[in-house]
Design a protein around this ligand. Structure first.
Ligand code: AMP
Length: 424
């Protein structure tokens, strides 16, 4: 199928062509015709499937077809996202795909000065891409008028619920016109998402490109069992010895992200941390440096990494497994995008065995594991509760579906790594 068969205007086809997309991705192929009919849609799609264009293109097409000639600009489409990064990226997509159409869009999120947002709203926009909290600030200040919204998109709705935005979303829904088209995208379909979808969507059509809670097949996954204290050395070793150029590393906490990026710097590896405590400009700069190859490692927490969109990101590392198994699927979905191969590597210590089991249960398969010579876990170390209070059952070490070794010779240690002397 080609984009030409999707009934999109010449202006959109031209913009798509400039992006170099030769054919629609599966979510685009399925979602675009449905959205063009005006139906509500429930979309099961992870980042990396092309979902943003999947809703942005038909949204722009519908606004164009229903364009009014009154001369007055109203907010006709509202796209809500969980994070600033995702809002900024969706905003870029709207601007890119809509560049030959006369619509104006603006991105609204917190952490930056509100006045420039007020100015652009006052000048008139057709499309708003926003995070819920800051949008409500504008609502309460009377600086945004949402009475003319025709299309509402909730992007990464599962993450919005995880982040506790449900009340904000309800407040926003309450002030939107009743008669509108609703599109809800989510990577997972939890009971909470189903409840939200039932209340929001009218006779929706459902499209789902990756079966929910499964990892993309283009991502190969591997677990390296290692003691928690030695994870940072193993990471430096892998980066150095395998010469990784661009790797996104996940930690569980903001503090952990900072500490790891400092430790990597000590090991001579350029790294930056990105998390919610950093200013928006620091986050944008870290992301840009990472994309440009100025820093090799971006250390991120789950929330900060949502929506990070890097073409051809070859590798994701779970320095710590996430507490919530679904987050693993989100994390590794950063790599293996748009037809490229990706690798997801998890450094797993004994305390995390239960988390690993949860993930494997969700994926309905076990993840292969391999010991890196010199980094064998110490069998005398017992599992301890991890900080969020979840007890980790010790369990036999054979919980790991371990291949004997990476096959790398023992001597191939980089100067970064500090393997233990004891071979067990
Ligand atoms: P998304 O899932 O929306 O985050 O998109 C993932 C990546 O796929 C983005 O970098 C898009 O630029 C890219 N993309 C979107 N649609 C296509 C397409 N039809 N062909 C190739 N790449 C695409």
């Amino acid at each position: 199928m080609s984009f030409e068969t999707l009934d999109l205007s010449a202006e959109l086809l031209k913009a798509i062509n400039e992006q170099g997309y030769s054919k629609p991705t599966p979510i685009q192929e399925q979602a675009i015709p449905i959205i063009l009919t005006g139906c509500d849609l429930l979309g099961g799609a992870q980042t990396g499937t092309g979902k943003t264009a999947g809703f942005t293109l038909p949204l722009l097409e519908r606004l164009k077809r229903k364009a009014k000639n009154s001369g007055e600009r109203h907010v006709r489409a509202l796209i809500l996202t969980p994070t600033r990064e995702l809002a900024a990226q969706v905003g870029e997509s709207v601007a890119t795909y809509g560049k030959y159409l006369p619509f104006k869009s603006t991105v609204i999120f917190g952490g930056v000065n509100i006045n420039s947002q007020i100015r652009s709203l006052r000048n008139g926009v057709d499309i708003i891409i926003a995070t819920p909290g800051r949008l409500l600030d504008h609502v309460s200040q009377g600086t945004v008028d949402l009475r003319h919204v025709e299309i509402l998109v909730l992007d990464e709705a599962d993450r919005m619920l995880d982040m506790g935005f449900i009340h904000d979303i309800k407040k926003i829904l309450a002030i939107l016109p009743k008669n509108r088209q609703n599109l809800l995208f989510s990577a997972t379909f939890s009971p909470e998402i189903k409840t939200l979808a039932n209340g929001l969507l009218h006779s929706p059509k459902t499209v789902e490109v990756v079966r929910h809670n499964t990892a993309a097949e283009s991502v190969s996954q591997l677990v390296y069992p290692v003691d928690s204290k030695r994870k940072r050395f193993l990471l430096s070793h892998l980066i150095g010895s395998e010469n990784w150029k661009q790797v996104l590393v996940f930690t569980r906490t903001k503090h952990g992200a900072n500490r790891l990026s400092e430790q990597l710097a000590i090991d001579g590896i350029t790294a930056a941390a990105i998390h919610g405590n950093k200013s928006q400009s620091a986050r944008t700069k870290a992301l840009e440096d990472f994309k440009q190859g100025v820093v090799r490692v971006l250390v991120a927490t789950d929330i900060a990494a949502r929506g990070i969109d890097i073409d051809q990101l070859p590798r994701v590392v779970n320095f710590e497994l996430p507490n919530v198994a679904e987050d693993y699927v989100h994390r590794i979905g950063r790599t293996g995008r748009a037809g490229n191969e990706g690798k997801a590597i998890s450094l797993v210590c004994i305390d995390e065995h239960k988390l690993l089991k949860d993930i494997e249960r969700l994926l309905k398969r076990s993840i292969p594991s391999a010991i890196v010579p010199g980094y064998e876990p110490d069998p005398t170390i017992k599992a301890e509760p991890i900080p969020n209070g979840r007890m980790q059952s010790g369990g036999p070490r054979s919980n790991f579906n371990t291949r004997s070794s990476t096959g790398r010779p023992q001597s191939s240690r980089s100067s970064y790594g500090r393997p233990s002397n004891a071979r067990r």
